[in-house]
Design a protein around this ligand. Structure first.
Ligand SMILES: *Cc1c(COP(=O)(O)O)cnc(C)c1O
Length: 392
């Protein structure tokens, strides 16, 4: 496992107060009965799953959502045992012992999971676990994302029938996922909504958790009834607009000035100048010698590179130093990169890659727009070599 490199100044600072603020803001927008589940997959979107989970629970999240069983185990092992953890992806039935013992709630798309899990327990002489633990499950319902889950009422009906063979299974929930609420044709939201309403009719009454909302659905479609009993609050909890993929520059401005002003980005990525020099005109900088100084220039070296998740194609993203932009000079290396300074700064000067710096901001959505992706990818790309530092 890669260990965080603490002997260099590059770090991601996570403001847990911002996470709490964003959850409190969402809470003010929804019904008291709706439960917020903090989505902390991919190490809490790069912020640190355990710390974010703790902050989210402090702010009133009633559960957590992750992508994999292993992510859930990490959180349980950190001592967070009091809330449900829903694993959103499909899991390997071979992991049934961990799933039971760590009290995880899993997602299934058919009853085959239970047959295979039973066989696994039998083969390893652990069937007695089924008298100690129950398995809580949610059924994935595919209404148009075409990723996982049942697509028809027939499939729901046969699942309903088959699950009776497994009295150790508690079928407590069903959920779907919308593909265009955060960007794409609005009509498709309506299409999926109709499919969801229709398939809901075939779920047994005992399946009481029925949820469809991620950040975008929770923020912009929460008027739809029956309401999502759980809101699987992800990107917006980290302070990022779920629609940042679509926004033109002016959209983005609008979004930031209006509803999304309520959301506070929680993560800042900073480093320090570790080397600085003045180069004469015509000096080639970095691999490939793609950059030549046009005149005498101040060039600083920063201890961060693509192996930290600051990808090579981020060379179009200026960094912030002392309230000024500094353009990247040449290609970004694995562990280092060079920038052109507006003037001389000493070694040790703070540099902001993501976040605010004396009135300027490198907002994850802006960076995403510049490099042709979405804020989610900017945040989750920050690698394990970058230490996470928390304040709350
Ligand atoms: C990742 C994920 C979420 C959270 O989505 P955001 O857009 O980050 O709010 C919710 N539900 C499912 C099924 C997911 O995979």
């Amino acid at each position: 496992m890669v260990k965080p490199s603490i002997h260099r100044p590059t770090k991601a600072t996570v403001n847990l107060k911002a996470i709490e603020h964003n959850i409190n803001w969402l809470k003010s927008q929804i019904d008291d009965k709706q439960k917020i589940y903090a989505t902390v997959k991919a190490d809490g979107y790069g912020h640190g799953a355990v710390e974010v989970s703790r902050a989210a629970i402090r702010a009133g999240a009633k559960g957590l959502a992750v992508a994999t069983v292993d992510e859930a185990i990490e959180i349980r092992q950190a001592g967070l045992v009091q809330v449900p953890i829903l694993v959103l992806g499909l899991t390997n039935p071979r992991g049934i012992v961990d799933i039971l013992q760590y009290n995880l709630t899993i997602t299934v798309g058919d009853a085959e999971f239970f047959r295979l899990a039973y066989e696994e327990l039998k083969a390893t002489n652990q069937l007695e676990l089924l008298s100690l633990y129950n398995l809580d499950v949610h059924l994935a319902v595919d209404t148009g994302m075409s990723r996982i889950g049942v697509t028809t009422k027939e499939a729901i009906n046969s699942f309903t029938k088959e699950i009776r063979d497994f009295p150790w299974v508690n079928w407590i929930g069903a959920f779907t996922h919308f593909s265009t609420a955060g960007g794409g044709p609005e009509e498709y939201v309506e299409f999926q909504w109709q499919a969801w309403l229709e398939l809901n009719e075939f779920l047994p009454v005992g399946v009481t958790e029925r949820h469809f909302a991620n950040s975008a659905m929770g923020m912009w479609h929460n008027e739809r009834a029956p309401k999502s009993t759980i809101i699987r609050f992800g990107i917006a909890m980290y302070g990022i607009d779920p629609k940042d993929a679509l926004s033109t520059d002016s959209d983005l401005k609008l979004v930031e000035e209006t509803s999304i002003a309520a959301l506070q980005p929680a993560l800042e990525l900073t480093t320090e100048i570790i080397h600085v020099k003045q180069v004469p005109a015509g000096t080639s900088i970095s691999y490939g010698a793609t950059y030549q100084s046009a005149q005498e220039e101040w060039i600083a070296t920063l201890p961060i590179g693509y192996a930290d998740g600051w990808h090579r194609h981020y060379s179009v993203v200026p960094v912030l130093i002392d309230g000024e932009y500094a353009e990247v000079a040449g290609t970004i290396n694995m562990d280092q990169m060079m920038v052109r300074l507006p003037k001389a700064y000493p070694v040790g000067t703070e540099v902001t890659l993501i976040g605010k710096n004396s009135g300027l901001e490198n907002h994850p959505s802006m960076i995403a727009k510049k490099v042709g992706t979405i804020g989610y990818e900017i945040l989750t790309s920050i690698g394990p070599r970058v230490p996470r530092v928390y304040w709350s």
